[in-house]
Design a binder for this molecule. Structure first.
Ligand SMILES: *Cc1c(COP(=O)(O)O)cnc(C)c1O
Length: 377
């Protein structure tokens, strides 16, 4: 019999890792080093090694990571930052909070990722940076974006909250880890993300020692390292707490296995759903691997909400990531600049449907979901 199907099954995953997780948490509690305990540094070192990036600075969450990244770039109010029109709101929000102008650029329908061919027309004299969001588990095409950045002297920030573990072909045959390709990469350890803790957490990564030093200070009240009460920069207070770091140290060991499991579920979906004319399956970009943070379908015009209801009636949850473009959000309507129409983003909001995919999914559950979708047809 199939247990209640979930979008993400955090409880079963915990039960599988329970002895290790419980021990790691107990050790932190016994030490009472709740803030800046040794596990925070160990985790930062291990994740930087895993990603082959020289500097990795943990922080409080993925949104803070984006904010600290932008603060470190010394942008001035009114400067423009290019972002995808179809995305989670965090990147746009921090742009606006810092008095910068978000400039929305359309995405590809097939991969949901930023359409690099539309970026150049959006660049003005005020453009200073591009925030790329590696959405749903695969990378934006970084090579053309790096070229543009060089040509127009722009910073590139990668929001890698959803694609940690993915790799991307950059220049020629060079393959790099998502989040380590632009000037700064950011990520989130929110419980449902590919690398996740049991609360909030995030990190910034970079190869640039100057940016790394600045972000390290900015995340800690702008304080000079090792010199308490010497505040060099205006910063904020954004920390990964020790309990979360201890949990992440356990989970990092399983990251590749977790990724492989989601990839296997995705392949089963691909095979089982390929023939359905009312669905478009998520496309794999040639330059990137896909870690399937989400498995997102595009459903034929007008059928999405009906399919969602049908799944629900059959005990299958599904989610609309994301129901609105940035431009449709009340907070950003007047703030964002939209140099060209964004028809793809707009149409995706009406057609996307993400179905369950997680580290504990069984072939039976996957087959039941496939069969239920086929019965809808
Ligand atoms: C989850 C997410 C964030 C924000 O991370 P938090 O840790 O919740 O602040 C930012 N960007 C993307 C693309 C995300 O998916």
């Amino acid at each position: 019999m199939i247990e209640k199907i979930q979008m993400v099954d955090l409880h079963s995953q915990y039960l599988r890792l329970k002895p290790e997780i419980d021990q790691a948490m107990q050790a932190v509690i016994d030490s009472t080093a709740f803030i800046n305990g040794p596990q925070v540094k160990t985790f930062a070192t291990q994740l930087s090694e895993y990603l082959s990036v020289p500097h990795l600075i943990p922080c409080g969450n993925g949104t803070d990571a984006l904010q600290i990244a932008l603060m470190a770039l010394d942008l001035k109010p009114g400067d423009e930052v290019i972002v995808p029109a179809f995305t989670y709101i965090a990147a746009v929000e921090v742009i606006a909070l810092l008095g910068l102008t978000p400039v929305l650029v359309d995405v590809y329908a097939e991969t949901f990722n930023l359409n690099e061919a539309l970026i150049e027309q959006a660049i003005t004299e005020r453009t200073r940076a591009i925030i790329v969001v590696h959405l749903f588990g695969q990378c934006v095409a970084m090579e053309p974006i790096l070229k543009l950045a060089k040509k127009y002297r722009l910073y590139v920030v990668e929001d890698n909250a959803q694609s940690i573990g993915a790799t991307c072909q950059t220049t020629g045959e060079t393959v790099k880890n998502a989040g380590t390709i632009g000037h700064i990469g950011t990520t989130s350890f929110f419980p449902s993300k590919p690398l996740a803790c049991y609360g909030d957490g995030g990190a910034m990564m970079t190869s640039d020692p100057v940016l790394a030093g600045k972000m390290q200070k900015m995340a800690n009240h702008g304080q000079e390292q090792g010199r308490k009460y010497h505040h060099q920069l205006v910063g904020c207070n954004s920390r990964l707490d020790t309990l979360q770091a201890a949990i992440l140290l356990v989970k990092l060991k399983y990251l590749d296995e977790f990724t492989a499991h989601r990839q296997a579920v995705a392949q089963r979906y691909d095979e089982g759903l390929r023939h359905l004319p009312f669905l478009s399956l998520p496309a794999k970009a040639p330059h990137s691997t896909h870690v399937y943070h989400q498995y997102t379908l595009r459903v034929a015009e007008g059928k999405r909400d009906e399919l969602k209801r049908w799944l629900q009636e059959n005990g299958i949850p599904s989610m609309v990531y994301y129901p609105f473009t940035v431009q449709e959000q009340q907070a950003f309507k007047m703030l964002a600049r939209i140099p060209q129409p964004i028809p793809v983003a707009t149409s995706l909001c009406r057609s996307v449907l993400s179905i369950p995919i997680h580290t504990e999914m069984t072939p039976d559950e996957t087959d039941y979901i496939i069969e239920t979708i086929c019965r809808y047809a």
